[in-house]
Design a protein around this ligand. Structure first.
Ligand SMILES: C[S@@+](CC[C@H](N)C(=O)[O-])C[C@H]1O[C@@H](n2cnc3c(N)ncnc32)[C@H](O)[C@@H]1O
Length: 700
């Protein structure tokens, strides 16, 4: 046979264990803790009497929650083990002796709280037990009325029996507020309930009949009848006790309750209601609270019933409200979405308008600028050559028709116009390398022939690509002059006949800069082109020697100072010293590759370090090889080469003086050969450099 499970009161529940753990003498302690949490009567109390206090759990709680140095007296039939700051009396609370003992302890003092957790020795039968308990409660009330100060609190346990309501009525005669409650720590199966009577009225005279059970309960019955009389409905049939039914504990079914004519009367007779119909139990109106109340109907007074009814109504209203709020919420969300959409649309519209305005402003600004340029004769009407972005038309590489180029250089402005307006396809390009933008306007016929020849050569040998760079100022000036003669003059002035074309040399740049930076200077330059040195070979039929001589000596000096030329030379040097785009790109690529390698080497190294299977030596070796592969190994040691002395043969050579670190003994002949080769290499480089320089000087 297995061990029988303990049920009901014999079961050791969580409060039992909690009391054991926290050191409270009884699980009842938690009932008082919970009651005090709800009604807060201990914190303000300075004196307290606990009736039926053994073993002293409530006294412990009182001592804990009441202010320090409060007066606490405990009374019980059985002795109470001493508790600090607590007076324990062993008395029967129903006796005069107990009253006197208390008087002795309290002297003239009145207490703020009287507690009663009295439970008579039960077991005879329910009726007897219920009566004893009611009697004990009445005695406790009598003591409370004796010792309570005005406004004091009386907390008592009551068993729900037929005397429960009469007791409540009596409490109400002495206290302002009477509330019944069942704390969580009180077992559901227990018929006990706690009544908290607050605001002791302290009447001058108290009729002792109130404390006489016979009178007290009779009085209440009379009172109850009087209340019933007030109900205008037909008088319920006096039922009395059912024959043979000696118990006071009645259990009814939920169906019987629902069928009852007067539910309130029905409830007053019931102690418990069982859910006989599962549908009823699972009905949405059957809340947990309803089920809990049905287990112990006596906990409910008329007030609770009314409250329950009201709660039900409230819940209904809440549900309806919720339903409303859900639909309202949906509507609100839809509205919000609409608003957001509208806002977004408005924002988009505003952005669009702003963009349009910006564009319009830019266009107007450009037009204004162009008008200004046209007014200053810097532009042709309708065409802006000052547009920095479109340099293609000034590019030699974009001109693909030599004839057109010749026409332009001869000053055919119609063609120039056409070129500008894009009517004629006057552009040609070499390899499409548009980075090197140049201008050809300032070339004479010979130069052009030469350039065309070169273009052909370049097409043949792409490796020998050369970059022709011209200054755009020249062509803009060409259009600006708008006069073939003046153009020819300027051309002769800048590039005297017989000389090779100057392709962006320092002189040309300095001159171009003069023209571009000052209107007056450019005007002066044009004016100055009408001079006595000006001549035309076509017009003058002169001997060849004369032309040659003229070419040599009849040159008008170019109005550019030596310093200016030097300055532009220096600038050119600086530009040439810069790494070209491709070199920079290659360097960046190399750097990226290195970083990538480093990253992967790092990962591999980490993996090696984290490996547990291999030893430190092996790890080091692997790490070395990883870093070596990544090109991150140790830098090569510098080795000094020492020439072996003649006749040293295979002898071990001693470290020569002044040589540090690693050194290597080499053959003298070999060293000489190496030096010779190096010299040869150097000479070759120098000769190439000189050739290049010469080419540069002649403007190739
Ligand atoms: C449930 S216990 C009280 C527990 C107590 N509140 C605590 O927390 O430890 C009920 C007590 O009432 C006491 N009692 C019953 N009849 C009494 C009486 N006539 N006078 C004094 N004490 C009585 C019992 O001796 C018993 O100790």
């Amino acid at each position: 046979m297995g061990k029988k499970l303990k049920v009901g009161k014999t079961r050791k529940d969580k409060f039992y264990h909690l009391a054991k753990e926290t050191g409270y003498r009884s699980r009842s302690s938690f009932k008082l803790i919970q009651l005090n949490r709800k009604f807060q009567f201990l914190q303000k109390a300075r004196a307290l009497v606990d009736l039926c206090a053994a073993p002293g759990g409530w006294l412990q709680v009182a001592s804990k929650f009441m202010p320090v140095s409060s007066l606490i007296i405990g009374v019980d039939l059985v002795p109470i083990k001493s508790i600090p700051n607590v007076v324990a009396l062993t008395e029967d609370i129903t006796t005069e002796k107990c009253r006197q003992a208390l008087r002795k302890e309290l002297q003239t003092w009145k207490v703020d709280v009287v507690l009663n957790d009295g439970a008579p020795n039960v077991g005879a039968n329910w009726v007897h037990d219920a009566f004893s308990q009611a009697h004990l409660t009445l005695m406790a009330l009598k003591l409370a009325c004796d010792f309570l100060a005005k406004g004091g609190t009386f907390v008592t346990k009551v068993f729900r029996s037929k005397d429960y309501q009469p007791l409540l009525w009596i409490f109400q005669q002495f206290f302002k507020k009477v509330q019944a409650t069942k704390p969580q720590a009180s077992r559901n199966e227990s018929a006990e309930i706690f009544v908290i009577c607050q605001g002791y009225l302290a009447p001058d005279k108290i009729d002792n009949k109130f404390f006489d059970p016979k009178h007290a309960f009779k009085e209440v019955e009379v009172q109850a009848k009087a209340i019933k009389d007030l109900v205008p409905l037909k008088k319920p049939k006096a039922e009395g006790y059912t024959d043979g039914d000696l118990t006071l504990y009645h259990t009814f079914s939920a169906t019987a309750f629902l069928k009852a004519d007067n539910p309130v009367d029905f409830l007053s007779k019931a102690n418990e209601i069982n859910f006989d119909n599962p549908e009823l139990e699972s009905h949405e109106a059957t809340s947990d609270e309803v089920i809990e109340c049905c287990r112990d109907i006596k906990v409910l007074g008329r007030k609770e019933l009314r409250d329950a009814e009201e709660k039900k109504e409230e819940k209904k209203e809440e549900k309806e409200k919720k339903k409303m709020t859900v639909s309202e919420k949906k509507e609100e969300e839809a509205e919000l979405e609409e608003e957001e959409m509208e806002q977004k649309l408005a924002e988009l519209k505003a952005e669009e308008v702003a963009e349009l305005r910006r564009k319009k402003k830019k266009l107007l600004k450009e037009r204004r600028k162009q008008r200004e340029r046209v007014a200053l004769k810097m532009d042709l009407p309708g065409v802006s050559i000052a547009d920095g972005n479109d340099s293609s038309m000034f590019s030699l590489v974009t001109i693909n028709k030599a004839a057109a180029l010749c026409e332009i250089t001869k000053g055919d402005m119609k063609l120039a116009d056409a070129m500008v307006e894009g009517e004629e396809d006057l552009y040609f390009s070499d390899d499409g390398d548009s980075d090197e933008v140049s201008l050809v306007s300032d070339l004479d016929d010979d130069d052009l022939d030469e350039i065309i020849e070169k273009q052909k050569e370049m097409a043949k040998d792409k490796a020998a690509k050369k970059k022709y760079v011209f200054h755009s100022v020249s062509l803009s000036l060409c259009i600006y002059l708008d006069c073939l003669d003046q153009w020819q003059d300027f051309k002769r002035c800048v590039f005297p006949p017989g000389k090779r074309a100057r392709i962006m040399n320092a002189e040309g740049l300095a001159l171009g800069c003069q023209i571009a930076t000052s209107k007056k200077r450019s005007r002066d330059l044009v004016d100055g082109s009408f001079h006595r040195q000006d001549y035309s070979e076509d017009q003058c039929e002169v001997p060849e020697w004369f032309v040659d001589d003229e070419k040599k000596h009849r040159n008008k000096p170019i109005p550019v100072t030596k310093e200016m030329v030097e300055e532009y030379k220096a600038k050119w040097k600086e530009i040439n010293a810069r790494p070209i785009k491709r070199v920079a790109e290659a360097k960046a690529r190399k750097k990226r590759r290195m970083l990538k390698k480093m990253e992967s080497a790092k990962k591999k190294a980490e993996a090696v370090v984290n490996t547990v299977d291999i030893g430190e030596r092996e790890k080091m070796a692997q790490l070395k090889s990883i870093y070596k592969k990544a090109g991150l190994g140790k830098e090569k040691r510098e080795v000094t080469y020492v020439v072996a002395k003649k006749g040293s043969g295979t002898k071990r050579v001693r470290r020569p003086g002044g040589v540090k670190g690693q050194f290597k003994v080499v053959d003298g002949r070999m060293k000489k050969d190496m030096r010779g080769m190096q010299r040869k290499e150097q000479k070759k480089k120098e000769s190439i450099y000189i050739v290049c320089k010469r080419h540069e000087e002649v403007g190739e």
